[in-house]
Design a protein around this ligand. Structure first.
Ligand code: ADP
Ligand code: MG
Length: 345
């Protein structure tokens, strides 16, 4: 988010599992460009100022690269989806790219289907419905709701123990937790992973304030000024963060509980982006509202043992929501897909 006070882009978080909308997000940028081509003159808008967004083809390219690395021609890519998946068109768009541009077949399975239909051969090969799976791409499995019984946990373990490429593996999944991001923002931690001082400084500039709750001073100031903080549990998928007066109430409650209660959360500086007037279309109806926007940069990282094969940006996601809403998810119903429009200033 663009912090209105400092004018700098501050990072909300890093997602390592189920980053959605590469498919529909790039289509929306194309739609906006087409609309501006047709009607832009009326509004003095130029379609070339919307940067190209190749998220869907770049995602497909990264998945295909991993499929090639696995090196079994008959193998499929398995997308793990929720039983009542609502975001399937975004996912189908990736599967289409994989088939049409790379000749790779994608199958879709829920975790409970994997438990029922899958097994791992002694050499580690993951087999589903008699087919070898080269890569497991998770578009589910990030919320406790995705694990209603032991069956789903068994499926996750089966996948993890197999030799299939995982997007992500358990360890990369954990890197995306709020706690790890808070630890990464501590002084001298990035130095463990990066050598280039300039790069480290650039990354640090994007970090908002992040604190562990064993810092008594910060807990005290969050109780005093809760509107300046966001309290975050180790959850994904939106709707779980705590804002405003609830921050104070929850912190006091957690302090009373004692033990490890506070350790389940982190505190983050609340970012206040500048609001602007926009037209949002949802369910076919257009609403004018004061809005704030959030830019996401996709990345693809592929490693085979010590060899890093890919570490690239893969397009962007622009989301816009009414400024009064705390949460930002599109599928969760808080935001709409949007595009960047570059100006001279
Ligand atoms: P999740 O992983 O559940 O999506 P996030 O940490 O990404 O949780 O937060 C969800 C949304 O809440 C973000 O997309 C953003 O709109 C809003 N949000 C999160 N952290 C902050 C913050 N520090 N300041 C302002 N808004 C925030
Ligand atoms: Mg997240």
């Amino acid at each position: 988010m663009l912090d209105s006070e400092t004018g700098s882009l501050l990072q909300i978080e890093l997602n390592t599992i189920s980053a959605s909308f590469p498919g529909l997000g790039s289509l929306v940028s194309e739609l906006h460009r087409t609309l501006i081509n047709q009607y832009g003159k009326l509004f003095c808008l130029d379609s070339k100022r919307i940067p190209g967004n190749a998220a869907s083809s770049r995602f497909a390219e990264a998945l295909a690269r991993a499929w090639h690395e696995f090196n079994v021609d008959s193998a499929v890519i398995m997308m793990i989806v929720q039983p009542e998946e609502r975001n399937m068109y975004d996912q189908y768009w990736l599967a289409k790219h994989l088939k049409e541009s790379h000749g790779i077949t994608t199958i879709r399975k829920t975790l409970s289907e994997v438990e029922a239909e899958g097994h791992v051969l002694p050499d580690g090969t993951l087999i589903i419905d008699g087919r070898t799976v080269s890569l497991v791409y998770f578009r589910a499995g990030y919320t406790p709701n995705d694990y209603p019984s032991e069956a789903e946990w068994n499926a996750r373990l089966l996948i993890e123990q197999s030799s299939a490429v995982k997007c992500p593996s358990i360890s990369y999944h954990l890197v995306g937790t709020k706690k790890i991001q808070q630890e990464l923002a501590k002084p001298n931690i990035l130095e463990r992973f990066l050598e280039n001082k300039e790069q480290i400084a650039k990354i640090c500039k994007c970090f908002a304030g992040l604190w562990s709750l064993d810092d008594e001073e910060i807990v005290k100031s969050a109780i005093q000024n809760p509107e300046l903080f966001v309290l975050k549990p180790q959850r994904e998928g939106g709707g779980n963060n705590i804002y405003g007066l609830d921050v104070r109430e929850t912190l006091i409650k957690l302090q009373k509980e004692g033990g490890d209660a506070l350790a389940a959360y982190i505190l983050m500086q609340r970012i206040f982006p500048k609001a602007s007037l926009a037209n949002l279309v949802r369910g076919g109806a257009c609403h004018e509202a004061l809005t704030i926007s959030e830019l996401g940069i996709y990345g693809a990282y592929l490693r085979n043992k010590d060899k890093v094969l890919m570490n690239d940006q893969s397009g962007y996601l622009m989301r816009t929501k009414v400024s009064s809403s705390d949460e930002g998810g599109v599928a969760a119903g808080f935001a709409v897909l949007d595009s960047l429009y570059l100006t001279d200033k």
